[in-house]
Design a protein around this ligand. Structure first.
Ligand code: ZN
Length: 290
């Protein structure tokens, strides 16, 4: 468990990066909507990676700011530990290994309502995983997923399953959440930034303290070796694929122009990087501190 936690500072704010494990994702024609499995395999090969499957990792973070402990996104949830034979859903054990009691989390901030971000709100027995925390969720995301009309019009498959999963999770919490808007200080030193496309209300965060900044991108770019060099590729997991691609370019141009480091939920642990221009896309260069 040497990799259970990685700490760095943004001014006075302490960031603890944790891991919720991983999932092996097959390289097939379902992964991208506008490129083939062989295009994808060629890109992975160029990055020196295996071409049969990709390792998708999950890295929630805890910020200590303004005297509060704030968890950003919750991973796949404890129930996933048994289902995946220990591959994922390991956030709670890694929090404990890092000396962070679940009961001491004051606020949980959710970036968007996909299962790998919200399922960790519940324990395996559907009790709240963070019993003393205020749960903050993006207003647009909440409105969409809790709307019965939207649910009735959802495309069968991934979208209906997401609606059902979100109802399961938030109903277990009695729908007791605080909604936040974009361009709002959600906790001291952290401002919400609208980055829609991956989902309707998908949200990133600017963390700023003492003249230092880091951009918490959530899922603006999923696999660093695929969507940074090929930002216009559209993943199956994006709700509005063209908008997701446009958001990715807009955010990454901003990160390059402002030399702003990025904390990325799905990048390899500890999921902190600098973004550089490279060819027609970008390159994510791993770093360990600001
Ligand atoms: Zn995700």
């Amino acid at each position: 468990m040497a990799d259970a936690a990685h700490r760095y500072k943004v001014g006075d704010i302490e960031v603890t990066v944790l891991t919720d494990g991983f999932r092996m994702v097959p390289v097939d024609d379902k992964y991208l909507r506008n490129a083939s499995a062989s295009d994808l395999a060629a890109q992975l090969k160029a990055a020196g990676l295996p071409t049969d499957a990709m390792k998708n990792t999950y890295s929630p973070i805890v910020l200590t700011t303004g005297g509060k402990r704030v968890l950003f996104d919750t991973g796949n949830g404890e129930a996933a530990v048994a289902q995946s034979k220990g591959e994922r859903g390991t956030l709670n054990q890694n929090l404990a290994a890092a000396g962070i009691d679940r009961g001491s989390i004051d606020v949980v901030v959710i970036s968007h309502f996909h299962a790998d971000h919200v399922n960790g709100l519940l324990l395996a027995d559907a009790k709240p995983a963070f019993p003393n925390a205020e749960i903050k969720v993006p207003a647009n995301e909440w409105k969409f997923w809790m709307d019965d009309g939207e649910m009735s019009r959802a495309t069968p498959g991934r979208m209906t399953e997401l609606f059902q999963n979100n109802r399961r999770v938030f109903d277990a919490l009695g729908r007791k959440v605080t909604v936040y808007s974009w361009d709002q200080e959600v906790v001291p030193g952290v401002t919400s930034v609208g980055t829609p496309g991956h989902s309707i209300g998908h949200t990133s965060f600017m963390v700023a303290s003492g003249g230092k900044r880091v951009f918490v991108q959530s899922d603006v770019c999923n696999n660093a070796f695929v969507f940074a060099p090929k930002p216009d590729w559209q993943g199956f997991f994006d709700q509005d694929p063209p908008q997701a691609a446009a958001t990715r370019r807009k955010v990454y141009d901003m990160l390059v122009a402002e030399k702003l480091p990025v904390q990325a939920f799905h990048f390899p642990f500890p999921a902190l990087a600098r973004i550089e221009k490279a060819g027609e896309g970008y390159r994510a260069v791993p770093i360990s501190s600001l």
